[in-house]
Design a protein around this ligand. Structure first.
Ligand SMILES: [Zn+2]
Ligand SMILES: [Zn+2]
Length: 406
């Protein structure tokens, strides 16, 4: 059967998933539903693959390449703002607080289109090889792909030939962008504890003030990107939290701040991380303070598309989409997708498709109000138009998989 015949299934599944999102590592109903659909299709199904809510389906069809197709499954602690008929009214607790839950990153479109693509591929009898469909939990918290690594290595010791993944974003529906090389940034999270010496606010000479010290660290860290990273390279250093003190006449004994680093290339990443260490400890020494403590928090890998595999996917997209296939610009957002092919050191390709009314997107671009008028991922109104978004995502997954299957 063709896309036209599977379209109602894909759209119904999308509405169902959109209305019932679940937070990272709590995708129990979603995972069970994915497994049920894979079984319906006659695939070999593995549940709890390294992570309780991870699901893998295998479609074997004789000799040929092994292609891994991935969709992530988690929603976000966001209360949905739009009034679409299939809106989410789900709630949960996140970090101790009650919150609405929403598929505000569009992972519902990834799941619906991958299930649709599997149905189309299962109908086609002119290919051979193996398809590994990964329904991955916890992309948003960067736990899912990493948690699946060991179990995937055991399940598929012979390795894979290529891994393919895609994401919806705030471009025009019907359009796909792909590119070789770096497409998404690595993300590093550092937690810095500034150690000082506390005392009375009226007697600074008896203290080492961690607030003043921390403030000079924060300012000096701003010079890494402006003065140490080449203008042709890209990096971001953001200090997202700074906490210290309890009362105006007490100098606290410590302060704490968190740093987020984004980079596209490993040498740039290493240089930035080394500069943070040097500046933090250098400032501590200049203040006569004990060394600061620097801890590592969550980390996301680079997403750097393999040149040959990207060329194959690019040619398939040119054939499938013509002028609606464009060049993907690197974005400083991060993904944990590349942890999956990392299991076997396999090449991979990750691309984006648009999810919003092409006329609205074009008009907003013309007015210069794209950033305001087109919802961005994680926004409470990030609801892709169903079509041609789902058709495009499904077609892209089928075309990319077919570029490798014999
Ligand atoms: Zn997201
Ligand atoms: Zn996402």
């Amino acid at each position: 059967m063709s896309l036209e015949q599977h379209r109602p299934f894909i759209e119904d599944l999308y509405r169902e998933l959109h209305a019932a999102p679940e937070l990272s590592l709590r995708e129990h109903r979603t995972a069970a539903r994915m497994a049920e659909l894979l079984r319906e299709l006659g695939l070999e199904v593995h549940e709890g693959v390294g992570v309780e809510t991870a699901v893998v389906g295998v479609l074997r069809r004789g000799d040929g390449p092994t292609v891994l197709l991935r969709a992530d499954m988690d929603g976000l602690p966001v209360t949905e703002a739009e009034q679409v008929p299939y809106r989410s009214t789900a709630t949960d607790t996140f970090e101790g607080q009650a919150t609405g839950v929403m598929h505000a990153c569009g992972h519902d479109t990834h799941m619906a289109s991958l299930q649709g693509a599997l149905r189309i591929l299962a109908d086609q009898d002119d290919w051979s090889g193996t398809i590994i469909a990964v329904f991955q939990p916890a992309e948003e918290t960067m736990d899912g792909a990493l948690g699946m690594q060991g179990a995937l290595r055991e399940l598929f010791p012979a390795g894979i030939d290529v891994a393919l993944g895609q994401h919806v974003m705030s471009g025009a529906a019907g359009h796909v962008v792909s590119a070789p090389g770096p497409v998404m940034a690595a993300s590093d999270h550092l937690i810095v504890t500034v150690n000082g010496r506390g005392g009375h606010g009226s007697q600074p000479e008896k203290t080492i003030d961690p607030i003043v010290l921390g403030a000079s660290m924060v300012l000096r860290l701003q010079t890494i990107v402006s003065r140490e990273v080449a203008p042709s390279d890209r990096a971001v250093v953001t200090i997202g939290t700074f906490h210290a003190g309890t009362k105006q006449n007490i100098i606290p004994s410590s302060a704490r701040f968190e740093v987020n680093v984004r980079s596209f290339e490993e040498p740039v990443r290493q240089r930035v991380l080394a500069a943070i260490e040097r500046i933090v400890q250098g400032e501590a020494q200049a203040a006569g303070a004990p060394p600061a403590t620097i801890e590592r928090g969550e980390r996301a890998p680079h997403t750097t598309n393999d040149p040959d595999a990207s060329a194959a996917v690019g040619a398939a997209f040119d054939a499938a989409f013509g002028e609606r296939h464009g060049v993907q610009q690197p974005v400083l957002g991060s993904e944990d997708f590349s942890y999956l092919p990392e299991v076997w050191g396999a090449p991979y390709v990750y691309w984006f498709y648009g999810g919003f009314d092409p006329e609205l997107v074009a008009a907003a671009r013309a007015r210069g109000t794209f950033d305001v008028d087109v919802p961005s991922n994680h926004a409470p109104n990030f609801i892709p138009v169903m079509q041609p978004t789902l058709d495009t995502a499904t077609t892209a997954m089928v075309a990319a998989a077919r570029a490798f299957l014999a």
